[in-house]
Design a protein around this ligand. Structure first.
Ligand code: ADP
Ligand code: TRP
Length: 321
């Protein structure tokens, strides 16, 4: 089974990225042949600063390796180190109905917010389809918001296979149920575009300030809170604390007697502890960038060899060769 996923280097990674995508992807490296990449081509649709892209790409590499991506088990690479994916995207674009792209939430959401839409952003699902199909991927672990893109990939692959004969494997999305949508500090979906994120790695003081600044309602500590499971700090605590700790705090909040300040202090402590080991590993990696660049170069070699093989199959099937 080949597992594939990608993440854009368009900002600093947060708990939503971690629980929605990275952690499931890292767990899956035990279950099959995993291919994970940093989607730098995709980041070009919304980030127009070259230096920032370079920095973010390195940060994503460090974050992923620190969080447990094992280059002995997974092929880890930069999307643009395999330029073949752009040729496949062109081929697939000729089988992609405009009406399908017009339905994509990704560009519709941005358009609704008044963000100007470039062609790359509109055509983004086609490049994503190429990413997935060029590695003969079976399973694509992503957050809920990417499910539609994987469904489009399936539709495009089916169209290609119908037009030119069986060429592509039809991939399955894999959405991790209980953490499909990690809430942000304002209760909306955590997203860098909403400015409501809690970063995986960062400076202790400012992260503590963010956690202690989470808005709560005005009920007194003594009041019972039958809706304790809806409390944002409890929801986040369930992700980062041992189950028994989270259950204890939820029960105390429900019963009355636990103040929001103490709850948030616990949330910060558990969150800081949850990533303690990864933080240490990240510092070690940051001091050894030759190793990190070597991992990406090695991954690119392996990925490119496979991509060239699959692209050739598609070129032959469609009469380019
Ligand atoms: P952002 O919304 O911050 O821009 P991306 O769109 O770059 O994040 O998402 C990268 C990956 O992380 C995707 O697989 C996405 O589904 C996942 N992801 C992002 N935010 C969340 C969230 N709040 N909950 C669960 N998964 C998320
Ligand atoms: N579009 C994805 C995101 O924004 C990143 C991505 C690009 C991806 N290509 C992919 C994810 C292929 C899975 C498979 O999160």
């Amino acid at each position: 089974m080949r597992i594939l996923s990608g993440i854009q280097p368009s900002g600093t990674l947060h708990l939503g990225n971690y629980f929605g995508m990275m952690q499931p992807a890292i767990a899956l490296q035990e279950k099959g042949e995993a291919f994970y990449f940093i989607a730098d081509y995709h980041s070009m649709t919304s980030l127009f600063n070259a230096e920032q892209r370079r920095k973010n790409t390195l940060d994503v590499a460090l974050d992923f390796l620190a969080c447990g991506l094992d280059p002995q088990k997974s092929v880890f690479f930069r999307q643009s180190d395999v330029p073949e994916v752009c040729e496949l995207a062109w081929i697939l674009s000729t089988l992609t109905p405009m009406s399908m792209l017009e339905k994509a939430h990704s560009f519709k959401d941005k358009s609704a917010k008044g963000i100007p839409i470039n062609h790359g952003l509109f055509a983004y699902p086609v490049l994503m389809a190429a990413d997935i199909l060029i590695y003969d991927s079976n399973v694509v672990p992503v957050g809920q918001d990417q499910k539609q893109h994987v469904e489009m990939t399936r539709d495009i692959a089916i169209k290609f296979n119908e037009a030119y004969g069986e060429t592509f494997i039809i991939p399955e999305p894999q959405i991790k149920g209980e953490t499909a949508k990690v809430p942000g500090l304002d209760g909306e979906k955590m997203s860098k575009s909403y400015g409501n994120t809690l970063e995986i790695f960062g400076e202790e003081k400012s992260l503590r300030k963010k956690v202690m600044g989470i808005k709560m309602d005005s009920r007194t500590p003594e009041e019972t809170k039958p809706d304790a499971d809806q409390n944002l700090a409890i929801q986040l605590l369930k992700l980062v604390a041992p189950a028994a700790t989270a259950a204890d705090f939820e029960n105390r909040l429900r019963a009355g007697g636990l103040g929001y300040g103490d709850l948030k202090k616990q949330l910060f402590a558990s969150y800081w502890e949850h990533f303690a080991e990864a933080r240490k590993k990240r510092a070690e990696l940051a001091a050894n960038l030759d190793y990190v660049n070597g991992v990406l170069a090695d991954g690119a070699n392996k990925a490119r060899t496979l991509a060239q093989k699959v692209l050739k199959r598609a070129r032959k099937a469609s009469g380019l060769e």
